[in-house]
Design a protein around this ligand. Structure first.
Ligand SMILES: Nc1ncnc2c1ncn2[C@@H]1O[C@H](COP(=O)(O)OP(=O)(O)OP(=O)(O)O)[C@@H](O)[C@H]1O
Ligand SMILES: [Mg+2]
Length: 145
């Protein structure tokens, strides 16, 4: 990859905005492709970003997706204002979801988003404060292996 220093940007996310759901992660995907990041890294970043974006739309009030791309890594940070996650360990379990029925009827709420983010990230960190919001940090190494 021929990235000097680093490239970064930010998308705004709105809770409940299913009309634009997936826009930020698909734009990030095309930015990474244009930068010449390997297809495998683009794929993993796009999956993780999409699940994290959906979580803000489904579970939070509003948030941002910030990305930094360097020759070493893609770093995606999501910060939201929302209810927060009471038990992060429980939330990380496959199949655990608090999504209401109307969200499940749209096909979301399988409880697979966070496990899927973890699976696709090289480093993954969640911080959450109840009643304030949640921050996710997703790092994917761009090194060729
Ligand atoms: N940004 C967030 N703010 C508040 N709660 C969250 C957030 N992200 C996840 N959660 C909590 O963690 C649970 C598990 O999240 P996960 O993404 O794994 O599943 P899901 O969003 O419920 O379903 P799926 O991702 O399969 O559509 C959620 O049901 C919710 O309770
Ligand atoms: Mg989810």
């Amino acid at each position: 990859m021929k990235i000097k220093d680093s490239i970064e940007g930010c998308f705004q996310l709105m809770g409940g905005d299913f009309t634009n759901a997936g826009t930020a992660s698909s734009e990030l995907k095309s930015i990474l492709s244009k930068l010449g990041v390997s297809q495998e890294v683009v794929r993993r970043a796009a999956i993780a970003a999409f699940e994290a974006e959906m979580n803000v739309i489904i579970h939070a009030v509003a948030g941002t997706m910030h990305y930094v791309v360097s020759s070493e890594e893609v770093r995606i940070t999501l910060t939201d204002m929302g209810p927060g996650i009471q038990d992060i360990e429980l939330a990380m379990q496959e199949g655990y979801s608090t999504a209401p029925d109307w969200v499940r009827e749209m096909g979301w709420g399988a409880g697979m988003g966070l496990p899927n983010i973890k699976k696709n990230a090289d480093r993954f960190k969640i911080d959450s404060v109840m009643g304030e919001g949640t921050t996710l940090e997703i790092v994917i190494y761009t090194r060729k292996d």
